[in-house]
Ligand binder design. Structure first.
Ligand code: ADP
Ligand code: MG
Ligand code: ZN
Length: 482
């Protein structure tokens, strides 16, 4: 039996959220009436000339910089020629040789297993218009007619091409998720998979484990969720292994993912790049990015998700908490404020990603709509640290603070949750319990520590659960020493 290894490379398209389109002044806004955000350039009327959009160039440079690419000083625009009704020019302006960014990397982590995925290139293109096929099928086959909306034609599009470094559906998903986080952190795109502002083409092949020759790949186009990507890849791996083991062979082809069937189906055989008759666009000059510009982009790089997660761990948050927090903008801000005011990072992290997230979901509110602030978190953490509140009571107080019942001390008092941490009160209670249980004391003195838990329980009962259990236990140990 051959052992198989999967090899996966991902092409990701990201629509940039610039003010205007890639080569004209038309506004980028998906909410417009069809065919209102159009002009001679993006409709390709004769004689109209493209002018590159600086904001879009900056956006792609910042993606390349975040992915640790080399930013290329002189890059070129090409024409990728093909006919399709949603493509008014009959070619797409794209990059081919000499793209803007080359040779980067993105680190991803699956269950604590780090992998670095190479980035082959990041290049600039423009989006096509949108076809709506009218008919029962909703697809081009079986449609009565098709409506075309060119508002999207010419919207700046970035393509991020990965090396075939990915080895499992889970790694692919982690790569997609991390790339989405990076793009969002840079603020260049909302990267919404369900709305198509980010989409994946996944290339999958298999080979005998240990081989360093690549197998023939198939390409699953336009996968529009992380879950679908993971499922489509898993399906392709199994399908390809079955084909190969039954003596068949894999053909380079485009396939489509059918979410309902949970299967890919064959599309067209894939064009080679020679079919597109790429040539340099004579309407556009080489794009020169001088060193100053490259440096400025790098200097503006915000803290990336991986760096943020590492910083939260260094502050004392648990790994899983740090991952969750770094993804949650408003919670992360609260976390940072509370921790820099001296609160314990681990406790704050657990509250925020536990009780607070659960509350927000349950009540369907945002953090601003609750009574929670960094100050109240600091106060609550202080009360817990001082033994005024048990861990369970702290969670209850947190619930009250979220619901707007007041500050932690107000809520704790109103709900009668404050622990007794006054030493003399606790001592009185402990002595009373010890008086009633001389037999337990005897056992402890003879080296059996089991009754300690029982005695602590008795004191907790006598105080209505409000004595600080650590203090109670310490005292019992001291008083029962021989
Ligand atoms: P095309 O546009 O023809 O699909 P690209 O070079 O843009 O070609 O993208 C190819 C993608 O396929 C890259 O992400 C690359 O890593 C991946 N890839 C190439 N060969 C293989 C292979 N044998 N198995 C899996 N992925 C592959
Ligand atoms: Mg491709
Ligand atoms: Zn236009």
């Amino acid at each position: 039996m051959t052992e198989w290894e999967a090899v996966i490379g991902i092409e990701t398209h990201v629509e940039l959220q610039t003010k205007s389109k890639m080569f004209c002044g038309c506004l980028v806004d998906s909410g417009d009436e069809p065919n209102t955000a159009v002009c001679p350039v993006c409709l390709a009327l004769p004689g109209a000339l493209p002018v590159p959009n600086k904001e879009a160039i900056e956006g792609i440079l910042s993606i390349g910089d975040a992915l640790e690419c080399t930013l290329i000083e002189d890059s070129l625009f090409y024409r990728k020629n093909y006919f399709y009704p949603d493509l008014p020019k009959n070619y797409q302006i794209s990059q081919y040789t000499f793209p803007l960014c080359l040779d980067g990397r993105l680190a991803v982590d699956v269950d604590g297993e780090p992998t670095v995925v190479g980035i082959t290139r990041v290049h600039m293109e423009e989006d096509t218009g949108k076809s709506t096929h009218i008919g029962v099928s909703g697809r081009i086959h079986g449609a009565n007619h098709t409506l075309l909306d060119f508002n999207r034609a010419g919207v700046p599009l970035v393509e991020v091409v990965s090396e075939p470094d990915i080895r499992s559906p889970e790694q692919a998903r982690a790569y997609g998720a991390e790339l989405q986080r990076v793009v969002r952190t840079l603020g260049v795109s909302d990267a919404r998979l369900e709305e198509g502002s980010m989409r994946f083409d996944v290339n999958v092949s298999v080979r005998p484990a240990g081989s360093d020759i690549l197998g023939t790949r198939t390409e699953v186009k336009n996968v529009n969720s992380l879950r679908s990507m993971q499922r489509a890849i898993a399906y392709e791996i199994t399908r390809q292994i079955e084909v190969l083991e039954s003596g068949g062979s894999i053909h380079l082809e485009t396939r489509h993912w059918d979410e309902a069937k949970g299967a890919t189906r064959s599309g067209r055989t894939k064009e080679g790049s020679e079919d597109y008759r790429y040539f340099q666009d004579p309407d556009l000059l080489p794009l020169h990015i001088d060193e100053d510009w490259r440096k400025r982009v790098h200097a503006r790089r915000p803290e990336l998700p991986a760096a943020k997660r590492a910083r939260y761990v260094a502050l004392g948050a648990d790994r899983s908490t740090a991952d969750l927090l770094a993804d949650a903008g408003d919670l992360a801000a609260l976390f940072e404020a509370a921790v820099s005011a001296g609160a314990d990072a681990r406790t704050i992290g657990i509250w925020l990603t536990g009780e607070v997230v659960a509350y927000l979901r349950r009540e369907d509110v945002t953090i601003d709509e609750t009574g929670l602030s960094a100050d109240s978190l600091v106060e609550l953490a202080g009360m817990t640290g001082d033994g005024d509140l048990s861990a369970t009571a702290a969670k209850e107080v947190l619930g009250g603070v979220l619901a707007g019942e007041g500050t932690p001390s107000q809520v704790a008092e109103a709900r009668d949750l404050l622990q007794i941490s006054d030493a003399s009160t606790i001592e009185t209670e402990v002595m009373a319990v010890l008086d009633q249980h001389p037999d337990a004391i005897e056992k402890i003195r003879n080296g059996d520590s089991k009754p300690i838990g029982f005695l602590v329980g008795q004191v907790m009962r006598a105080t209505g659960g409000k004595a600080d259990p650590r203090m109670v236990q310490d005292l019992i140990r001291r008083k029962t020493q021989a």
